[in-house]
Design a binder for this molecule. Structure first.
Ligand code: FE
Length: 135
């Protein structure tokens, strides 16, 4: 575990490490994916599995990238988080346990959920034109 953490310290930027490994939060409206509408898939910045699709991304006005559903039920896992004097539900990568953000019950239909995710936890892979033509 310590070796893995040391390895991640060299692989990730300090901000990526802080958010994904120490349950950090990037400042609102600071993240690179906050206003982005580019079609594609958002992957875990640590282990690269697909976490969210641009098709479920919406503008929540919160200042963080927001999605109403993960790419699949096996993408993310949640845990109750009582830190910071609040009852919240923490969201992390199911594969590598990187902290992603929190999920709140005030999202749009059909799920009613708002996955409020840090940009630095994500890596957007834009769909290329060939894939769009096939789809
Ligand atoms: Fe991961």
């Amino acid at each position: 575990m310590n070796d893995k953490k040391e390895d991640l310290k060299t692989k990730l930027t300090p901000e990526e490490y802080y958010v994904t490994q120490n349950q950090g939060t990037e400042p609102a409206f600071s993240g690179k994916y906050d206003g982005v509408k580019t079609p594609g898939t958002y992957h875990c910045v640590v282990c690269d599995i697909e976490l969210f699709s641009s098709e479920t991304k919406y503008d929540s006005g919160s200042g963080w990238p927001s999605f109403w559903e993960p790419s699949s039920a096996s993408s993310v896992d949640t845990e109750e988080d009582v830190s910071a004097g609040m009852m919240r539900t923490e969201v992390h990568c199911r594969e590598c346990e990187a902290h992603l953000g929190h999920v709140f019950p005030d999202g749009p239909q059909p799920t009613g959920l708002r996955y409020c995710i840090n940009s630095v936890s994500l890596d957007l892979k834009p769909s290329d034109d060939n894939e769009e033509d096939e789809g």
